[in-house]
Design a protein around this ligand. Sequence first.
Ligand code: GDP
Length: 167
Amino acid sequence: MKSKSFKICVLGEFAVGKTSTVARCVRNTFSEVYLTTVGVKVDSRSLSLSADQEVRLVLWDIAGSNTLDQVRTNYILGAHALLLVADGTREPTVATALGLRDQAQVILERDLPSVLMLNKADLVGEWSVPLGRIREVEHELPIISASAKTGEGVEEALRELVKALMP
Ligand code: GDP
């Protein structure tokens, strides 16, 4: 089976759950241990669309930061889409994720299909970002409540991205 391959950059602030999301996507595992990503980590997995069609997703887990410096700029070159990750218990991380998308689009001089994953949905008691307040329409991207810990919403986020990549 021949499959298309897409480069997806995972962007968001420190500790929002980017590495955990990639681990959930690729290995279906989760760890409580926090290991900061240094630079970039690349992993891939396939996602089947139908019995005879699948796509390969190459996930670039780019070390957390609020801005894309020169090094991070190099990592996003050639990106097909962005998986933006924010932490539902830390509201400012939403603006950071959206800001990173803006920067990436300016650098690449084109719009990139993007999904905002509002992570840590399992921590309901600490949830501080009412979903209704971040307007999908305003930001022109799907917003998905998810948890890398339980796996809830993660596949949905990937599928939304693929839908945008293969309309
Ligand atoms: P990154 O810096 O954005 O790559 O964040 P990590 O993936 O390393 O996660 C940061 C911390 O948040 C780690 O201690 C994870 O175990 C924890 N974490 C990540 N995703 C979730 C989640 O969905 N729920 C909960 N409760 N913790 C999470």
